[in-house]
Design a protein around this ligand. Sequence first.
Ligand code: TPP
Length: 627
Amino acid sequence: MYLEKIRKPNDIQRVSPKNYKVLAREIRDFLIESVSRTGGHLSSNLGAVELTMAIHLVFDLTKDKVIWDVGHQSYTHKLLTGRRDGFANLRSFGGMSGFPKRAESPCDVFDTGHSSTSISAGVGMAHARDLKSEDYHVISVIGDGALTGGLAFEALDNVSSVKGNFIIVLNDNTMSISENVGGVSNFLGKLRTSKIYTGIKESITGNLRRIPSGDDIHDVISNAKDSIKQLVVREGMMFEDMGITYLGPFDGHNINQLVKAFRTAKQAKGPVLLHILTKKGKGYPFAEANPGKFHGIDPFDPNTGKLLRQENPATYTKLFSDCMMQLGKQNEKVVAITAAMADGTGLSRFSRHFPERFFDVGIAEAHAVTFAAGLAVSGMKPYVAIYSSFLQRAYDSILHDVCMQKLPVTFAVDRAGIVGKDGETHQGVFDLSYLTSMPNLTVMAPKNAYEFAQMFLFSSTFEGPLAIRYPRGEALLSYKSCNSKIVYGKAEVMKKASDSTIALVAIGSMVKTAMETAERLAEEGIEATVVNLRFAKPLDLECIRSLKNYKNIFTLEENVKAGGIGEQIAAYLMEQRSRAKVRIFAVPDRFIPHGCVDVLMRELGLDTDHVYEEALKAVKGSKADHE
Ligand SMILES: Cc1ncc(C[n+]2csc(CCOP(=O)(O)OP(=O)(O)O)c2C)c(N)n1
């Protein structure tokens, strides 16, 4: 076992070249076995094994800096920097993160999770190095999917300002989570397959084969560059014209070729782009055949590739898929937009039935929203489905392009609230705050599956900007009987107490917690009023005013406290001169790490047990005050 001998950064450099292939196989076997137990990102990691090994063989990971775009492909990097034991608790609370974390290792130089940041951060690091006259290499590893993000292009535009060595590794597997689409993908496709490109490839490999060590390397690079300049296809010239030396494409599973390519790139002055072709899921037939399924996967049987726990069909995402089918059939103006997440958001079915009304714009959330604004201003009825944390990318587009012009765009904000194992970068806990701060935007959150469907029905005739936020996972089927008709801006009173001891005012997923708390209080002979807000904006002020004389008002939301519904309700009650003791249950002012949703909710004090205990204390406290 060569992998066992790798206990710290640079240990891989002691492995003899003749054993590289065996080590690659060991890494793949380890990853498949380990991810099959814990779940995690598999396909992208299997594709990046040789690429990562080559980086670790050529660079000094104790000082050179590698930035992993998105970071979901960094498992081999974790293994090669001595974190093998961490895989036993990958992505569980207190365990190792599934993404690069500076707090986890000095070899993780930049935290990632959201796409397309690596070149920007790399350009910054390279400039800092040069300004401080320091000596290390900066390498940004970006996928062809992440390259569709606008931020990556903004960085490319700025790359030529770097005078020292800066390496961009383009890990091109033709896939985003699913098939990569759009102009960038077409452009890379041409670069991969053009006849002239074969000439370049041979020419470069020829040069690489001749690469000696030491000073002669510069001649080799300039020879390689000249031959590229002569032979490069128009597409490769795009990088060259931006001041970036284009080298490639290279076979991303040929470790010896990759090592040579990195050695060449390491010697270059200024920015170099290495175009590396990989296969997503490489070396595990089930993942090669279905890379999308194994992109991010729950625990599975490694022998069959089957999930250990069958997926629950009744997720909110699945319901959204059903709603979109219905809306698409009813109204031919309905169009659906995703930013490279057709499967994740549930839009795949819509895309098959209404291909001409479906748009995958790539990992480009801001563009997705402004594009939707363009569709809406021209008479279409766009639905933009984006996960809560990724929608942060589109803040200004929602505000400036949709809300200011009151355009009828509906945002399906999936994965809102605590999402669990992807951790800090993926928790969807800011949307209620930033969305409710936007004039003209209506913001709703359903308590259960039935209300979810009603809200999308409501959206079909609604004529302004609208966001519907809902959590990851299973859709709640309880409280069916509580479903009153949705009226704009109106909350639903689910339980009305005969006294004014305590009211629980909740939104979305937290309505269940409020109802469970009320049921347990009832067992103690305490009556509680429960309000399901439905609308985070506009808040039902009439309903909130009616609670003004309550002794205790608890607000519950799966969102940060700052700017959330609790603070807004408390401010309103204060204006109304209410004497109620308001207690806000919300996500605290810190980034929430990875872990199971239940565990995290307990940690945050947002579980029923905690709310109930606090409610009991509050009620007893107010009785004591009274006596
Ligand atoms: C801003 C943002 N939007 C969406 C995602 C979800 N996402 C994670 S990985 C991925 C695809 C990345 O494709 P690529 O860069 O080609 O890497 P690969 O997985 O193919 O190696 C997407 C869309 C994200 N992480 N960040």
